[in-house]
Design a binder for this molecule. Sequence first.
Ligand code: NAD
Length: 333
Amino acid sequence: MKIAVFSTKQYDQKFLLAANGAGEHEFNFFEEKLNSNTVFLAQGHDAICCFVNDILTAHVLDQLKALGIKFIALRCAGFNQVDIRHADSIGIKVTHVPAYSPFAVAEFALTLILALNRKIHRAYNRVRDGNFSIEGLQGFDLNGCTIGLVGTGKIGRVMAQILSGFGVRVLGYDVFPNKEFGAMGKYVDLDTLFAESNIVSLHCPLTPDTYHIIDQHSIAKMKRGVMIINTSRGALVDAPAVIEGLKSGQIGYLGLDVYEQEADVFYENLSEEIIQDDVLQRLVAFPNVLVTSHQAYFTDTALKNIAQTTLDNVAAFANGEELKNAVTIEMLH
Ligand code: NAD
């Protein structure tokens, strides 16, 4: 297969080429994100390979179809960025990488919790500036806290498993509860989770039901000084609403690895430019906010598994085999 690979960095190329072994498939790597202006790059290929910020609207899918693209291999778990119904209706198959390392993401969510609580980002800067005062760096014991997980799938369950070592009370909310989580934490309704948790961590997909699940109304239901962690998808959080929550003190800590408007900013070095996104700039200016650039998945294990599963998906399509990682309309909630 001849595959156009969009949104690629050096690390994507390295791991995909390694998984391609003897060079069974031919890759053309493009740094560009896929959109209606860059879709022409897919010309002359059989398939495309995309990541989280390649937005595949019905219009882009129609353009791909006209260029002869039959197959889209997503090299990520989430598929909210693809109009799956439209892809299905025009006969383009889509696969994703449902699990590559739930540990990578859960461990990163925990990293944000610990760093925010113990103010590691501030301590790091202080000592580099010769300031060895610990005034203002006081944290709290996680032990004894209540942590609410919204979404108890693969990542939420690893999170619950890791948290069990901290002596915390773990609450969970999921539209499809599962027994494995039930053995580690307690299922409650969403309002109870918001009301009782010291820390709320999001591990659900972005769907019409979860869009802005964190907004002014849900924030008002939370404990004063709550910590909110989002390592799932940016649009789960209404950013202007959390800014108000932070300014009033209702939100005490915020950790974001994803951001609703991240597509124009994340993964790029913009250090020589004036950032035009005032909401993002306000968020990063808070001392009790940590923003990272959608890096929770970014471990060597995850990159290796992503590349291998993506290539397995390509091989299955090329050989006319069943696509066990197909994204189907039945998977849309
Ligand atoms: P998963 O499919 O195993 O689990 C998701 C869980 O969310 C399921 O149990 C599902 O029933 C539940 N859910 C669906 N709708 C819900 C709703 N309305 N309310 C509550 N729960 C709901 O997925 P996963 O592997 O655990 O990944 C979770 C999310 O993490 C992905 O959808 C993706 O958006 C995100 N993710 C982020 C990164 C990153 O680098 N930051 C990497 C991988 C995945």
